[in-house]
Design a binder for this molecule. Structure first.
Ligand SMILES: [Zn+2]
Ligand SMILES: [Zn+2]
Length: 292
C-alpha cells in the first residue's frame, strides 16, 4: 500500500473513494481548445480535475512562433488570463488553478519568443523542443527523417537546441525532456543516454540544475510508443544523482479524458526513487509541494 496519500488540505478528499490508492499529483501540463491540437475548455478540465481529486492544475497552451506550427497565431493571452482568473474565483478553495504556457523553443525564433513573452504574467513557462532540425518530433512522419540520419545526428540536434533554450533564460520548466525518443525508438531502438553524443544529456541536466530550471516528468509517454514517461527513469536517476531536486509533473492532456492520465504511475515512480516533493509555480516562483 503506497504511503502516499491525498494532499491533506485537499477539500475534496471526502468525495474520493478511500479504497483508491492513487497518488494525486499536480497536473501542470494541460492544453485547452486554444491549442490547435487540443479540444475542451479550461472549465471542463477544472471539473474533471476536481472529480479526480487533482489538487492543482495548470493551463499551459501552446504559444508558438514558427509559422509552420499548427498553433502559430492561436495563442490569446488576454483570453487565457481572463479565463483562468474567472475560474480561480469560481473554484476558490476547491482547486488551485495556475496559468502556465508551453513555448516551442527554436533558436531562429529566439527574438520573437522574447518579444512574445514580454509583459505577460504567467505562473510558469514550459519550454519544449518540438523539432529535430525542422522535423516535428511529436509526429509519426518524423520516422522517415530519422531513417535518413544516424542516431547521434538526430538526438544531437535535439539536445543542442535544448542547451540553447536553457541558456536563453526564458523558461522555468523543460517540457517532455526526451520527446525525441517518441518516434526515434522506432528507428534507433530503446532510448538511452549512450545514444546521445557529447554528453549532451548530462550537460542539459547540469545546466538545468545550475540555472534552477525544473525537470518535468510528463506522463504522456506512458500512452505513446515509449511506454514510459518523458524523461524515463534512468535520466531521472541521473538528474537526482547530480543533485537535481526541482521536479514538476504533468499529463500533457489534449482533451479532458487525459486529465491527470498517468500521474498515478508517476507517483509510484517518484515513490520508488524516494522523491517526496515536487514543485508548482506561482508568478514564476517555485513552490514546494510535499507529497511524502
Ligand atoms: Zn510539447
Ligand atoms: Zn504540451
Amino acid at each position: 500500500m503506497p504511503k502516499w496519500k491525498y494532499f491533506s488540505y485537499n477539500p475534496l478528499s471526502h468525495l474520493i473513494n478511500s479504497s483508491v490508492n492513487e497518488i494525486i499529483l499536480p497536473d501542470l501540463h494541460i492544453h485547452t481548445a486554444m491549442s490547435a491540437d487540443a479540444t475542451d475548455d479550461a472549465e471542463e478540465y477544472v471539473n474533471r480535475a476536481i472529480e479526480l481529486g487533482i489538487p492543482v492544475i495548470g493551463i499551459s497552451d501552446h504559444f508558438d512562433f514558427n509559422p509552420i506550427d499548427r498553433s502559430f497565431g492561436c495563442y490569446d493571452y488576454e483570453k487565457a488570463r481572463n479565463t483562468v482568473g474567472e475560474l480561480r474565483a469560481k473554484y476558490n478553495g476547491v482547486i488551485k488553478i495556475l496559468l502556465g504556457v508551453e513555448i516551442t523553443y527554436e533558436s531562429p525564433f529566439h527574438d520573437d519568443i522574447v518579444a512574445g513573452l514580454d509583459g505577460k504574467d504567467f505562473d510558469y513557462v514550459i519550454g519544449s523542443i518540438h523539432y529535430v532540425d525542422g522535423v516535428m518530433a511529436s509526429e509519426r512522419s518524423s520516422i522517415s527523417e530519422y531513417e535518413k540520419r544516424d542516431t547521434a545526428d538526430a538526438y544531437g540536434v535535439y539536445f543542442r537546441e535544448m542547451l540553447r533554450m536553457l541558456d536563453s533564460g526564458l523558461v522555468d520548466i523543460v517540457g517532455h525532456f526526451d520527446l525525441c525518443k517518441r518516434y526515434g525508438i522506432e528507428v534507433y531502438g530503446p532510448f538511452s543516454e549512450d545514444q546521445v553524443p557529447d554528453n549532451l544529456i548530462e550537460k542539459c541536466l547540469r545546466t538545468m540544475i545550475d540555472k534552477n530550471i525544473a525537470l518535468e516528468i510528463n506522463s504522456s509517454g506512458y500512452r505513446q510508443s515509449p511506454n514510459e514517461p518523458y524523461p524515463g527513469e534512468a535520466i531521472i536517476r541521473s538528474y537526482l544523482n547530480m543533485g537535481g531536486r526541482r521536479i514538476t509533473t504533468g499529463s500533457d492532456a489534449h482533451d479532458i479524458s487525459r486529465t491527470g492520465s498517468g500521474l498515478s504511475e508517476i507517483g509510484s515512480l517518484l515513490e520508488r526513487l524516494g522523491i517526496e516533493e515536487v514543485f508548482i509555480y506561482k508568478n514564476r516562483q517555485p513552490i514546494l509541494f510535499n507529497i511524502g
